[in-house]
Design a protein around this ligand. Structure first.
Ligand code: ATP
Ligand code: MG
Ligand code: MG
Ligand code: MG
Length: 569
């Protein structure tokens, strides 16, 4: 591809509303553009990466024996009523009507559609096991779309669904999918961990999530220092022994002390600077889809006006939540909004694991001890010390008795489930078994966040100049930068020749033949993150050399003109 004929939509400035590196860099490198909250267009440069991720996912799924299908994104309500999820699914389900007034939704997932398809197509146990997958657009009306394509509303998922006559067969395919996912994430060059997960809401007996390790990750995952034990925090806490830490209520008095202690406790817990923390107070969390609701209160400095408070986000940890109105704050805190200050709020800090999805949630009371709406004072005060809010903390013994626990942040890029017969039973999906009897199918389902992977890779591969793509998913593997090519026909000709040579050898090459200053071209190629760069210049040609620099290299090096290809191979 010639850069002069290609949309290089790079930007110098970091967009103000992009909080994490990958979001900033995808915008700055001209990979995506926002259309509306949680809706993004993929520009040519970004789409090349997305397609390469898709290709790796598709190749490994095909290799595993799964068969590719493509189901409609829009789904009739009747199927969701059959499974019971039309009522259960909550606000993430985008519901709509057609011109006849019939109910539809835009699929956030496809268990119902595939189960309907399979109950009509498969008749006999002889056709099983079978695993079907698609790579397709999903829509989830996320409460807080954020971080660009990381948590979008419209996004691309690879979802697969397997069907079996018995649990052993499901188990086999589950293991195959586990291995396939490892192969996919290995090829993508990600530093990831499979962890045990709760199969909770979706039902079923086993579940693993695949997490890319990154400090920006929204999830907490727990590992043993000395064994393979790894789980997400919800699962780890579900199995954690009570332990011999003092009961929270014993520490309560220690906590309900001056506000500075509270500020520091919150800051430590949230891993933010105490001063910044002290600037943000009160945000009202709406009820989420699981029915959890509450207030997030951080400690407010008396010299802050409410408008300033509303304008501030909680750095590093939380996105702009729905901010409370003055009236709500007054109602909740029980004193005039303007008078809220460190003296007015020397509160114990209460964290409720139920909002764990974000950070955890912190509630407070005013100085008279009036509890905030939705907080059961007797119960929650007993949870006063921040560290006590987790059962599982770093240094705890691992549940398998080997080593101690470490906690890290992770981005969920894949999730596999043994569904059992939840959908097949509700929707009567059966085949005839060996004895000619009708048997309810066992099912598994397996998701990968294809578009989320693009952002996750950037979280792990970048420096202050931009993205550093692994070769496997780089939009272009090689950049050839011609220096002053528009003035030097020899430079342009040598650049073109190398371009053809590398292309014929199978490389994805971007020839930066733009009439731009060298510094601009170098900066763009680095920001876009192309792993290998050659520079063709008059000085180099005179010495019959090219300059090479790998995106991670400290230094550039000169190599003989004729050796560019062998050098790359
Ligand atoms: P999360 O916990 O991040 O909300 P999830 O558990 O709701 O994800 P699944 O239902 O397990 O998601 O879907 C399979 C995969 O789809 C996830 O592992 C994730 O990689 C991806 N995914 C889910 N929601 C989004 C989203 N809003 N934007 C981008 N990718 C997503
Ligand atoms: Mg979700
Ligand atoms: Mg999840
Ligand atoms: Mg999940």
């Amino acid at each position: 591809m010639r850069a002069s004929r290609y949309l290089i939509a790079t930007q110098k400035e970091t967009p103000a509303d992009a909080e994490i590196i990958s979001h900033q860099m995808m915008l700055r490198a001209g990979m995506i553009r926002k259309l509306a909250s949680g809706l993004y267009s993929w520009l040519p440069m970004g789409l090349r990466v997305l397609r390469k991720v898709e290709r790796i996912v598709r190749e490994e799924m095909d290799k595993s024996g799964a068969q590719e299908v493509l189901m409609p994104a829009v789904q009739p309500a009747e199927l969701w009523q059959e499974s019971g999820r039309w009522e259960q699914y909550g606000g993430e389900l985008l519901r709509m009507n057609d011109r006849h007034g019939r109910d539809f939704c835009f699929g956030p997932t496809h268990e119902e559609v595939i189960t309907d398809l399979i109950r009509n197509e498969l008749k006999s146990y002889k056709e099983l096991p079978a695993n079907f997958y698609q790579i397709q657009t999903k829509f989830r009306d996320e409460r807080r779309p954020r971080f660009g394509v990381m948590r979008a509303r419209e996004f691309i998922m690879k979802d697969a669904y397997s069907f079996h006559v018995n649990a052993e067969s499901l188990n086999d395919t589950y293991q195959v999918m586990h291995r396939t996912y490892c192969a996919i994430f290995d090829r993508l060059g990600l530093d990831y961990r499979p962890v045990e997960a709760d199969s909770g809401a979706i039902g079923g007996s086993a579940s693993h999530e695949f997490h890319v390790l990154a400090s920006s990750g929204e999830d907490a995952i727990v590992f043993s220092t000395d064994s393979d034990y790894a789980a997400n925090i919800e699962k780890a806490e579900a199995v954690a022994p009570a332990g011999d830490r003092p009961s929270p209520s014993e520490e309560m008095t220690e906590v309900a002390t001056p506000e500075q202690r509270t500020i520091e406790a919150v800051a430590t817990f949230l891993k933010v600077d105490a001063n910044r923390c002290a600037k943000t107070l009160l945000v009202k969390a709406e009820e989420d889809d699981n029915g959890n609701s509450g207030l997030i209160a951080l400690i407010l400095r008396g010299d802050h006006t409410l408008n300033e408070i509303k304008a501030e986000n909680l750095p590093d940890v939380a996105e702009p939540l729905t901010m409370a109105t003055d009236e709500e704050i007054e109602q909740v805190v029980g004193c005039k909004a303007g008078s809220i200050g460190p003296v007015a709020l020397p509160v114990p800090v209460i964290v409720d694991r139920s909002a764990a999805h974000m950070v955890d949630f912190v509630c407070g009371a005013n100085k008279e001890g009036h509890h905030l709406t939705g907080v059961n004072w007797e119960r929650d005060v007993a949870l006063a010390r921040v560290e006590d809010l987790r059962d599982v903390v770093e240094g705890d013994p691992s549940p398998d008795g080997k080593g101690t626990l470490e906690i890290r942040r992770g981005i969920e890029v894949g999730h596999i489930f043994k569904l059992g017969n939840k959908y097949s039973k509700a929707m009567n999906a059966t085949v005839l078994d060996e004895n000619g009897k009708s048997a309810i199918l066992e099912m598994g389902c397996y998701g990968i966040g294809v578009s989320r992977i693009v952002a996750s890779s950037i979280e792990q591969n970048h420096d202050d100049k931009g993205i550093i793509w692994p070769d496997a998913i780089a939009p272009f593997e090689v950049a050839i930068v011609t220096l002053n090519g528009h003035k030097s026909p020899a430079v342009m000709a040598a650049g073109e020749k190398l371009y053809e040579q590398l292309r014929q050898a199978g490389f994805d090459v971007l020839l930066d033949d733009r009439n731009e200053r060298p510094g601009v071209k170098f900066a763009d190629m680095e920001l876009i993150g192309i792993p290998h760069r050659f520079v063709v210049s008059e000085r180099g040609l005179a010495a019959e050399t090219l300059e090479y620099k790998g995106r991670r290299d400290e230094d550039k090096q000169d190599i003989p003109l004729a050796e560019a290809l062998p050098f790359l191979i």
